[in-house]
Design a protein around this ligand. Structure first.
Ligand SMILES: Cc1cc2nc3c(=O)[nH]c(=O)nc-3n(C[C@H](O)[C@H](O)[C@H](O)COP(=O)(O)OP(=O)(O)OC[C@H]3O[C@@H](n4cnc5c(N)ncnc54)[C@H](O)[C@@H]3O)c2cc1C
Ligand code: FES
Length: 291
């Protein structure tokens, strides 16, 4: 349903804002006139983090704002690249290449898109949730996000009911609440108002209350750690729901040249090695976890 994919380009982008959250998490806003109009949910940018970081780092777009000509990324520092990026402040410039990859592909007949995100896997699915809701107010999306560190978003109590869930687990992300997208949060930590457990258990409690005809309208979109994606895949299989996964692999070139990001992808009996950067990062869950 998205417009044709834009060609990849380089853009020198000014830092407009950079907000630090708990546990080395950041949201950076960049002035990027071209990317703000071209980037789609699930695509990513290959970002030069500055200082002496040799390799660029792949980051999924969290949000685009074509009117303000900005893009946002959310990230957590693991090593020196994103640490260097975190030191950038307003007025600094970041060189980035994008939009890269094949993002999510939404079938408009699936009226109930469900977004499952874990940790730094939240950005592409949150972007898709907001994008779909903005383009079609009639869809009824649901989001379930998990994190073992405090969520790098404003968290509020939700007034949007989700059947089948404990009413005390009522915290949500304000940006989604404001856009009428029901969302609930999960963590193994004791975060107030969050379901204590895995995000897939939370989603399963809701799915288990739905009729077969409701489930036929659902498609799941997920991004997060590998174990979470495997569990999401099993969840989708158990409920016989279509599911797309956005994978995260270490990337050296991001343009298909080094084969450093390959994963095994099945299509029926055949198995092929595919590059996450240019063949993905979004794949059908059944092709990554055939059983
Ligand atoms: C398509 C895509 C989208 C992404 N989107 C985001 C995002 O929105 N936000 C975010 O925070 N992160 C995202 N990531 C992950 C992020 O790009 C990497 O974790 C990045 O390498 C972190 O950079 P760093 O400088 O903090 O750590 P690095 O110095 O790159 O990493 C430290 C160590 O971890 C290893 N390592 C890092 N990442 C991986 C990996 N994925 N697999 C195996 N080993 C690894 C490195 O070899 C190194 O030894 C995305 C990755 C991909 C592929
Ligand atoms: S990162 Fe080089 S082929 Fe994907």
């Amino acid at each position: 349903m998205f417009n044709q994919k834009a060609a990849i380009f380089e853009e020198r982008s000014e830092v407009i804002d950079q907000i630090e959250y708990d546990s080395d998490q950041f949201i950076i806003t960049l002035k990027a006139p071209k990317a703000s109009k071209a980037a789609k949910p699930g695509e990513f940018a290959f970002v030069d983090c500055g200082e002496n970081t040799l390799l660029r780092r792949p980051l999924s777009y969290l949000r685009t704002n074509p009117e303000k000509e900005t893009v946002e990324f959310m990230y957590k520092i693991i090593g020196p690249g994103l640490e260097a990026l975190s030191k950038m402040s307003t007025g600094d410039y970041v060189q980035m290449m994008g939009p890269i990859g094949n993002g999510f592909n939404h079938d408009p007949l699936k009226e109930i898109p469900v977004f499952i995100g874990g940790g730094v896997g939240i950005p592409p699915v949150l972007f898709l949730a907001e994008y779909l809701k903005k383009s079609n107010q009639d869809i009824t999306p649901y989001a379930f996000f998990g994190s073992e560190i405090p969520f790098p978003f404003e968290v509020v109590t939700s007034n949007l009911k989700i059947n089948g869930l404990n009413e005390a687990d009522n915290k949500t992300i304000k940006d989604l609440e404001d856009k009428s997208i029901p969302c609930r949060l999960a963590s193994l930590k004791e975060f107030a108002g969050c379901y204590k457990g895995y995000v897939t258990e939370l989603a399963n409690s809701w799915l288990s209350n739905l009729s077969e005809s409701e489930k036929n309208k659902i498609v799941i979109y997920a991004c997060g750690p590998e174990l979470m994606l495997e569990a999401v895949s099993a969840l989708a299989r158990n409920h016989q729901i279509d599911c797309q996964l956005s994978l995260e692999e270490f990337m050296a070139c991001a343009i298909g040249g080094c084969a450093g990001c390959t994963v095994k992808v099945s299509s029926g009996k055949d198995v092929a090695m595919k590059r996450v950067c240019v063949d993905g990062p979004v794949f059908d869950a059944k092709s990554i976890y055939p059983q």
